[in-house]
Design a protein around this ligand. Structure first.
Ligand code: ATP
Ligand code: ZN
Length: 533
């Protein structure tokens, strides 16, 4: 509500101008109030018989002068880099238009709760120096018929009038769930109307409307595919929970507001605190800092000290353990050896995809750790390539077998992938000598009978099993041979939580297959080009 901002704006200015004006503040405040009420009455007057209240009551948040910028958002550099494109566009749309470039209309910011999605969206407005209009999807759900859609219309109208600007829809899953899902029981027509209006607004933009639409969600998986079409939210930016270094930087942001003893070594403190807070989100870290200050205040202390932080961390962890599962030290060890197994296999198998990053920070929705590979733009898989990939995928479980007495349920996803690949090799790709070049995966419509005899079924079964078992054996031999290397990587993961390709080179030396690294070098070169301006 822009009108409401009259008062604070006048007040702040007087403070900065000086003492003399400061004394005038009360009368200026009064003046501001008078102007505000007159303006309200005037715009209301044009609104029809119901007068002022009806027209000026807008239910979305407007911030014209956003104070937050990228420096306030830490530990998510990749997301910042991706969103930078919008900042550049909003700052200088003419430059893009002159060249005929079409700028993406919007982006979905997804990730676990409290990772700074809202903060990043707001900081984007702050960096670009444009107004920020926001609503929360969950507010629409309870609304009366027609209210949601008209509110969306108002929101976009205001954003257009004040362009360049940013619209942010938080919790977009509340209105943007796949249509049809949730109908019937608890089905919500108003939700659907609201979603439709949002789509209409986004489609109604012309390229000269300099409005960027951002949305936040921690359920990107349930979104209606209509939202993700080109010209709508055509970018997806993922923000994960921060790793060790990220947490250090986020503590850096929030410790600025805390009164620390002058003798306190800030770097040392950040290091300790980030080590004590694995699995915490940015919001949790903000919470830790605030709690620590409260504890210190309760004890009438002059400064906030390490032991206050330690107490507040315990408190926040206790609260979190109820809500989400944090890894125990034992579990963390299992995840570290599991991921190290994948990474070592990838490093020493010629046709495995180049590794970008391994992490043992839980990612939400079940994944306890992950290894990220360069997406291979290969369309033809040789037998060798498929076998290498399967061997690498088994690396997690095999490493668990080799280092612990019992195995965990953490590898079920891996098995699914491996079994799927083996099935394809046998049934579809003609890669099993016993089955030959026959495809058993042709779509036969309604015919549900098996296209092969019982005897062939047995052969298929044993062939799939043989292929998987051979990969398992090969993986085991490799990981036994490279036991020292697995140890190095696992230990590094346990201390740093994340390992990049550079770390792997430092620990293991260059990856042996020179020509196989080409794809990676090309990828990195491309990335640098993109990062420049
Ligand atoms: N990366 C970060 N850097 C600094 N502070 C952060 C970061 N992430 C979160 N915070 C702190 O946590 C607060 C809440 O974060 P924010 O609301 O942006 O999270 P969110 O991802 O939108 O959460 P939700 O999914 O619950 O809506 C922020 O205002 C900020 O104080
Ligand atoms: Zn795995």
């Amino acid at each position: 509500m822009p009108e409401v901002m009259w008062i604070p704006v006048i007040y702040v200015q007087t403070v900065s101008i000086g003492k003399a004006l400061f004394q005038l503040a009360p009368s200026l405040l009064l003046l501001g109030f008078l102007l505000w009420t007159t303006k309200k009455a005037l715009s209301g007057g044009a609104g029809g018989i119901f007068g002022q209240k009806k027209k000026t009551f807008k239910k979305f948040n407007a911030e014209k002068n956003v104070k937050v910028n990228f420096a306030d958002v830490a530990g998510c550099d990749e997301a910042k880099e991706e969103i930078m494109e919008f900042v550049k566009f909003l700052k200088n749309p003419a430059k893009y238009e002159r060249l005929g470039a079409k700028i993406p209309r919007g982006a979905i910011l997804s990730g676990p709760p409290g990772t700074g999605k809202t903060l990043l969206a707001k900081a984007t407005a702050g960096e670009a120096g444009v107004p920020f209009y926001s609503v929360s999807g969950s507010e629409f759900v309870e609304m009366f018929v027609g209210v949601g859609a008209s509110r969306v219309r108002d929101l976009f109208k205001t954003a257009r009038e004040n362009a360049p600007s940013i619209v942010f829809v938080d919790e977009i899953d509340a209105i943007g769930k796949s249509r049809g899902k949730g109908k019937g029981m608890g089905g919500n027509d108003e939700r659907e109307n609201t979603l439709n209006q949002l789509l209409v607004e986004m489609d109604g933009f012309s390229t000269s409307d300099h409005v960027v639409v951002l949305a936040g969600t921690n359920r990107a998986d349930v979104l209606d595919s209509a939202l993700l079409r080109p010209g709508r939210f055509d970018r997806k930016i993922y923000i994960s929970n921060p790793e060790l270094e990220g947490r250090k930087d986020i503590f850096g942001v929030h410790l600025k507001k805390i009164r620390l003893a002058p003798s306190c070594d800030l770097d040392d403190l950040k290091g300790r605190l980030s080590a004590l807070t694995p699995g915490m989100s940015g919001a949790d870290i903000a919470n830790v800092c605030n709690e620590a200050a409260l504890i210190a205040a309760r004890h009438n202390e002059e400064y906030v000290r390490l032991h206050d932080f330690e107490q507040s961390i315990e408190r926040v962890i206790a609260g979190l353990e109820k809500k989400t599962k944090l890894l125990s030290p034992d579990e963390k060890k299992v995840v570290a050896y599991h991921e190290a197994g994948h990474a070592i296999c990838g490093w020493y198998l010629e046709y495995a995809d180049p590794l970008l990053k391994v992490s043992i920070v839980p990612r939400g929705q079940g994944a306890l750790g992950y290894a990220q590979y360069l997406p291979a733009d290969i369309f033809l898989y040789t037998t060798q390539k498929m076998l290498d990939r399967m061997t690498m995928t088994l690396g997690g479980r095999v490493s668990e077998e080799l280092h612990f007495n019992s195995v965990t349920s953490g590898a079920s996803d891996d098995f699914e992938k491996v079994t799927g690949l083996a099935q394809r090799m046998v049934l579809q790709c003609g890669m099993s000598p016993k089955i030959g070049t026959i495809s058993y995966t042709i779509d036969r419509g309604q015919d549900m009978t098996k296209p092969y005899s019982e005897r062939t079924a047995k052969t298929i079964d044993s062939e799939i099993r043989r292929i998987v078992d051979e990969c398992h054996e090969r993986c085991k031999n490799l990981l036994i041979e490279k036991a020292d290397q697995v140890e190095l990587v696992a230990q590094e993961l346990l201390t740093k939580e994340v390992i990049t390709r550079e770390d792997m080179i430092r620990l293991l030396g260059k990856r042996p297959f020179a020509n196989r690294n080409d794809a990676f070098d090309k990828y990195l070169a491309g990335k640098d080009e993109k990062g420049e301006d």
